[in-house]
Write a protein that binds this ligand. Structure first.
Ligand code: KMH
Ligand code: ZN
Length: 276
């Protein structure tokens, strides 16, 4: 079994800076976080950006500047979120691909998302997938519920493999409205992933309280890890997360314990078919 790809998702679109002061929201904060997380063992950064008021934005100029700054300062694989916030229109989410990331997320279906709805129509998914094929962007298929893996199978059989030929999915577990963040749900997904093209890899992240169970289950089942303040703002009961580095360091420790040490960005690129 290979080592572990550790993705850091440092910011997300859901937590406010006022409620979570440690959240990196400026470009400088994001770059500093990226460098430190890379030094600890992260190999991918999943990026959501904020505007001058620390609100989520898909502003094209800022996205381009962010991709350039992260590529300049780190070797991390830069994965932009095409999910944005639940309020973002499809046109802005598609335009994320214009910012030239190496990877982008592609969510495989609609899901209730707390009090909101994270809308992902089939035609929109097909558009994201085919535009990424045309532009040489490697997708990470985001899976919020078991049935979305069947949708991925349908997508690949109708529209072909992604750019690079390798399929990588990320299980986002424990979202209120999606699948639970449990070992049983992760094993059900792992079984369904066997129906996808041979060599398909997966990472997993558990929101909130499911962070640790999902991390342990993923390592046991041969999966990779996503951690960060997009998904987890409480480190342990009564202890807010102090930084993304704290979460990456914990993930690295678990990965080493599982004898699957973190892969470097170059090794992760090789595994996932992402050119430098
Ligand atoms: N912020 C969520 C509504 C993604 O980045 O692709 C969607 C999300 C998924 O975070
Ligand atoms: Zn995201």
């Amino acid at each position: 079994m290979t080592g572990t790809v550790i993705t850091v998702a440092p910011t997300g679109a859901e937590s406010s800076k006022a409620a979570v002061p440690a959240l990196p929201v400026t470009l400088d904060e994001l770059v500093a976080t990226a460098k430190e997380c890379e030094a600890l063992g992260a190999s991918i950064i999943h990026v959501h950006i904020r505007d001058d008021r620390a609100e989520p934005t898909l502003d094209q100029g800022r996205l381009r500047a962010t991709v350039a700054a992260l590529r300049e300062s780190t070797d991390l694989i830069v994965q932009l979120s095409s999910g944005g916030a639940v309020t973002d229109p499809e046109s802005d989410r598609l335009a994320v691909l214009d910012a030239g990331p190496e990877m982008a997320s592609c969510t495989m279906g609609t899901v209730n998302f707390g009090d909101g709805v994270f809308l992902n129509r089939w035609e929109f998914i097909v558009d994201l997938h085919t535009r990424m094929q045309e532009r040489g962007i490697v997708p990470e298929y985001e899976i919020f519920d078991l049935g979305q893996l069947a949708s991925l199978q349908r997508l690949l059989s109708q529209h072909g493999l992604p750019f690079g030929g390798h399929v990588h999915v990320d299980l986002v577990m424990g979202v209120p409205g999606g699948m639970p963040g449990t070992a049983a749900a992760l094993v059900a997904c792992e079984q369904a992933i066997r129906d996808l093209p041979s060599g398909t890899t997966f990472s997993a992240t558990g929101i909130g309280r499911s962070t640790i169970p999902v991390m342990l289950a993923s390592l046991s089942a041969g999966g990779h890890l996503r951690v960060g303040m997009e998904d987890t703002i409480t480190y342990a009961k009564g202890r807010p997360v102090e930084s993304n580095m704290q979460l990456v360091a914990r993930a690295v420790g678990f990965a080493q314990l599982a004898q699957r040490p973190p892969l470097t960005p170059a090794e992760a690129r090789e595994l996932l078919g992402v050119p430098r």
